[in-house]
Design a protein. Sequence first.
Length: 363
Amino acid sequence: MLKLEAIAKGQRLMGVHPGGPVEVLASEPSGADAVTLIYRSPAGTVGERMVLRDEEPLLAEATHSRPWTFLASGEAFQLGAEALRIKFAHLFDPMMAVHTSDVEPLPHQISAVYESMLPRQPLRYVLADDPGAGKTIMAGLLIRELIMRSDAQRILVVTPGSLCGQWQDELRDKFGLEFTIFAREQQEMSSSGNAFAQHDQLIARLDQLSRSEELQEKLRATHWDLIIVDEAHKLSASFTGNEVKKTQRFQLGELLGTLCRHFLLMTATPHNGKEEDFQLFLSLLDGDRFYGKFRDGARREDVSDLMRRLVKEELLKFDGTRLFPERRAYTANFDLSEAEARLYHNVTEYVRTEMNRAEKLDG
């Protein structure tokens, strides 16, 4: 700490001017507990100020003649410059996530992320490519791109419990993203009383959330930039007459859709064969557009702006060859032995006449 009495002409002091160190041109006592300073500011202008005894802890002699020098660590400067380069790389490299991840994406994965999903702001979308298309890789690329573009910080992945570990491993190993798997112990040990608010990158089990009103209340108090639901066909609902019968999973889906800016549903089976159930599923993304039950005979709604679905026959490599062999369905005829024919007949009769009879009995 520099004493007022020690201030002398020619010194460079910190704590006098907000712009940086000043050069003392003159120092005159103003009573026992103050001095009047005439100084030259970092901008070169001359100023005058009275410094009181109470301000002594703020005063210090400047160690350098300029507010900046070339004496800092070159390695630290290089790291800072590299951090800025990466931060703004997406402005010059539109597929930055591809080049900074440990994946070799296929054409349909690149088109899904960079043509179908990223241009949509905000994103409310169903990714419904066939099994084996690599939807987890597409989700990882999307997450990484949104993070690098500063469009997503808080991200929640909701998935069946058996897939939580797989999601965590894929995001860590291929994209360098450290996601935490939510467990009830985290909620019990949370210092704020809400573990969902304390973690920015979280993986949660679908049924754990759908069956717990307590956890859903904690979720309601949070907001997310991106929520991804894997195996989203489990968020099902159906019509009974004109009344909607919602499952707990569907109600969770409705809640999740209100908590985020970007909402991505992933499933290989978005349509169960019933158009009205499919309409309810899409209402998770756009409740106004798909509200109520469509009239019988009404034309089907065009959902190309909300969903992308490619079957295996449409998935190609970069050289244009098929990713999967062509599927061919044909009937193979063969003769049953006497024992096989008897077994087939007995099983068929059981299915037709006996199966589920107990459910029809009163009591």
